[in-house]
Design a binder for this molecule. Structure first.
Ligand code: ATR
Length: 280
């Protein structure tokens, strides 16, 4: 029987939370690494978020992940916000520090880059123009990750132009907003194409995009993971582009969180991938 001090508790706060794959992911690693601890789904209504976050310390939690709809709300509830999370404007991981204060992080940016490097180990964001479709929360984390990795030109296109313009303010000199109607021609000479929109997700229509202008050397990433092989990825793969599916980002964003909660840096294995795939 573990002593209370060595039993580490964490979980994911969301509303609803049943759809979150985090308990499967972290549960897999807890078992694999023989960690004495638990990872729980924690359904928390928006009006109870402040109480729940404050309660982490009292309950002896190491920290928690935060998912929809709390990623923005939790920013104001932690004592320290990591600079990356501050630029993204959202927190997906809260860590209870030794002194009892709460730190907010965002591991989505790390997870996105790691998923690209899983597929192409020498990927560098500065290797050529990048096209990003969409300007929601996921796009924001991805834009920050690519800027921090040295991107020189990001072509950002979104159905609602104003949201793309707003997002481009992070770094107007490196982010060029392209009208949604011009998205096909934005692919000319691109080194990376990323879909962050909901188009192509199960229950949604496929993304309306012609890949004709995209170089065959470009990587294509779709953050949709249900289905894993979206029509965009199938079309890109058929013409020879290297493809990255959305599961990689989901798996890799959990790595720094698990390390912070349990003190072990976990590995994203094929076995883990299969375990999470089985829940899709
Ligand atoms: P998330 O935070 O997960 O990124 P979101 O904020 O709802 O989710 O963003 C979803 C993205 O999909 C947005 O870029 C959205 O475009 P709008 O800003 O115009 O809403 C995009 N999207 C949703 N439906 C779309 C459609 N039918 N065609 C093109 N883009 C669409």
């Amino acid at each position: 029987m573990a002593t209370p001090q060595s039993f580490k508790l964490a979980g994911v706060i969301g509303w609803p939370v049943a759809q979150s794959r985090s308990p499967v992911l972290h549960g897999h690693w807890l078992k694999q690494y023989g960690v004495s601890g638990a990872y729980l789904p924690l359904p928390v209504q928006p009006e109870r978020l402040a109480d729940a976050i404050k309660g982490l310390r009292a309950l002896g939690f190491s920290g928690c992940n935060v998912t929809i709809p709390h990623k923005l709300g939790v920013l104001k509830l932690v004592h320290q916000v990591d600079p990356v999370a501050a630029r993204i404007g959202a927190v997906n991981t809260v860590v209870v520090q030794d002194d009892g204060t709460l730190s907010g992080f965002n591991t989505d940016a790390y997870g996105f880059l790691a998923s690209l490097r899983d597929v192409r180990g020498d990927f560098k964001a500065g290797s050529g123009p990048i096209v990003i479709l969409g300007a929601g929360g996921a796009a924001r984390a991805i834009v920050v990750s690519l800027l921090d990795d040295g991107a020189t030109e990001i072509r950002l296109t979104n159905r609602t132009l104003e949201r793309a313009e707003e997002l481009s303010r992070i770094d107007p000199s490196r982010i060029k907003v392209v009208a949604w109607e011009k998205r096909n021609s934005a692919l000319d000479g691109a080194a990376l194409l990323v879909n962050t929109t909901s188009q192509g997700m199960v229950g949604y229509p496929p993304l309306d995009l012609s890949l004709d202008g995209l170089p065959k050397t470009a990587m294509v990433s779709d953050i949709v993971y249900n289905p894993l092989e979206t029509q965009l990825l199938a079309a890109a793969r058929k013409r020879g582009n290297t493809c990255v599916d959305g599961l990689g980002m989901l798996l890799h964003q959990a790595v720094p969180a698990f390390e912070a909660f349990y003190g072990v840096r976990p590995h994203v294995s094929n076995e883990l991938r299969r375990a999470v795939e089985a829940t899709l």
